[in-house]
Design a protein around this ligand. Sequence first.
Ligand code: HEC
Ligand code: HEC
Ligand code: HEC
Ligand code: HEC
Ligand code: HEC
Ligand code: HEC
Length: 497
Amino acid sequence: MSEPTPPTPPAPPRSAFNNWISAIGAVLAVGALFSFALLVAMSFIQGDKNPYLGILTYIVAPAFLIGGLLIVVFGAWLQRRYALKHAASRPDRWQLDLHNPRQRRHLIMLAGGTCMFLLLSAFGSYQTYHYAESVQFCGEVCHQAMKPEHVTYQRGSHSRVSCVECHIGSGVEWFFKAKINGAHQLVAYALDNYERPIATPVKNLRPARDICEQCHWPEKFLGNLDVTFEHFMSDKKNTPYSVRMLMKVNSGRPGAPMGGIHWHVSPENKVEYYAIDDKRQDIVWMRVTNTKDGSEKIFRNEEFKGEPPVALVRTMDCVDCHNRPAHVFPTANDSVEQAMALGRINTTLPNIKRYAVQAMLQKEITTSAEAPTKIADYLRNRYKDAAGLQETITEVQRIYAETIFPERKADWRVYPNNIGHKDWPGCFRCHDDKHKTAAGETVRASDCSSCHVILAQGKTEELATLTSSGLEFKHPGGSYDEELRCADCHNGGIQGK
Ligand code: HEC
Ligand code: HEC
Ligand code: HEC
Ligand code: HEC
Ligand code: HEC
Ligand code: HEC
């Protein structure tokens, strides 16, 4: 019990804490404590509506409190050092004497203070931790730079899954990695030199096994999906055209090996690939390993002769197809068509599909602020004051605001979605009949029904009859050279003419 404690020894009159520096520190700490209490009370009253309140309460106030306390101690240390140097006789060493009522009182006060501080800091750090992990913090405050991701996230199927559940996951190691990385980003943000757009793919994304599979575990993948894609031609009548298809997501049965689209992530196979570009769009080499017997198959693009650099070979996981699970940047074409299908854009306006898309893609729009006026002018010029025009204009403005971010240079053109193959290469990065094994085997692509079966296609009436054996795709844009990939023509804007 000989621990030195700060309370003043009774003999020398002046306490080490009795100095200007410590006094300033104490004022700071008390002020911070007071503001902290006030801010906590405010956040209870107001709720979590104001994102900046959180920063003040759980980051700024505690920082001042701790800073203040450190200054108090620093002042005392300086004072004592000074006293040691200048005193005629060396001051007594601090000694604990429980018989001394003054010291006893100080000790009790100190113990009480420490308990209070520990309790407060436990509450504070818990709140700070939570706050730093919230969607509000990631998406609104600290990461204003991530506005496009935050806005697109709100519409996605994961809008109730917080950013950190995918970007950090559980565990201390990844928490610290993320915060170190975050500190980096904060500096870049403060200096205003962050990337626009933020690069994709995320190089240090945690393996999907640790994130996606916490909620979607492969053993639970069963059955196929019935999906309808609704389109409208860019003709005068905005002719509807839909495709209803059965996606062969999983043809396996419980306990049986996984077949179908999710075959790639079955525990029985490992698919690795090497892409020569940063966005992983240009895949030249891949290897399939059967994890049971160890046999391998290597597919190569004709132009690629060598061996891929080992460090750049990537093992395929969920994110190689579902690379936009939370932040989908839909194409202008798709979002206009969706609004038409929902009746939010008036389909009786002649050529509205074409003009709505073109209104959003005007080169003249350079900031989000001027987009609404330019879109409205563009459409008014074409339709004068046709009935129902205003709702259409409002809808196109809304779509623009939620999907195109000129200041960040962020939209579908820089954020490819790998799930299909119409507007981006997607599945056809590998399934293109051009990647071959030494024996000349390819990854089937020309066989359209290996991934899906078309149940019905065409105009609204034609969708009424389903064909379970599958139909041949009737391309609404007419016939085209088989060598072309869909994405060679379709780019999310308006095709042809
Ligand atoms: C369901 C999981 C999930 C959630 C929830 C999620 N993200 Fe993402 N995020 C991803 C994936 C997957 C990628 C792309 C990874 C890749 O292609 O390498 C990504 C990419 C990003 C990128 C890089 C740019 C881009 O678009 O590719 C940013 C920035 C980002 N996310 C921020 C956020 C923010 C902010 C939130 C919360 C508002 C959030 N994310 C929520 C899975 C998620
Ligand atoms: C915290 C749990 C959670 C995590 C982590 C998570 N998801 Fe989800 N996911 C959900 C929920 C909930 C839904 C919505 C289910 C529904 O609509 O029935 C969903 C839906 C989906 C869908 C179907 C809807 C769509 O948008 O097509 C896909 C695909 C998907 N998730 C992929 C992923 C991928 C890939 C990851 C990892 C990057 C991931 N999820 C991480 C909970 C999660
Ligand atoms: C080869 C590409 C590919 C890979 C790899 C892949 N998926 Fe999928 N997944 C698909 C496609 C295609 C669909 C069909 C839905 C669609 O077309 O949007 C789908 C559908 C889903 C669905 C929705 C099923 C439903 O019933 O709504 C979930 C959830 C999902 N995938 C999760 C995952 C997870 C988790 C992983 C990683 C373990 C994964 N996927 C790996 C391509 C893939
Ligand atoms: C990185 C390359 C790559 C990408 C991207 C890719 N695949 Fe594959 N896929 C393969 C390889 C390799 C095989 C196995 C070919 C073989 O062994 O003959 C395969 C096999 C398949 C099979 C057959 C599975 C079985 O049961 O035998 C389906 C279905 C399939 N892929 C669908 C898709 C879909 C849908 C997408 C896009 C969402 C996609 N793939 C994206 C490489 C890829
Ligand atoms: C490797 C698997 C695979 C092959 C092979 C394949 N598709 Fe697809 N296709 C998909 C997936 C996955 C989607 C779903 C995309 C999505 O969910 O957005 C899709 C979607 C489509 C759509 C709907 C797209 C839209 O936006 O309307 C059409 C049409 C289509 N495929 C036609 C074809 C035709 C024609 C062929 C043969 C030349 C073919 N597909 C070959 C995987 C494949
Ligand atoms: C030679 C260029 C070309 C190729 C290759 C091509 N398309 Fe098209 N596609 C067009 C044109 C032109 C239209 C008519 C556009 C319109 O009227 O809006 C069209 C229309 C469509 C439409 C309906 C309207 C729309 O824009 O959404 C779908 C769906 C479609 N194509 C799917 C596909 C798929 C899937 C593939 C690959 C299997 C493909 N196309 C390959 C040129 C092409």
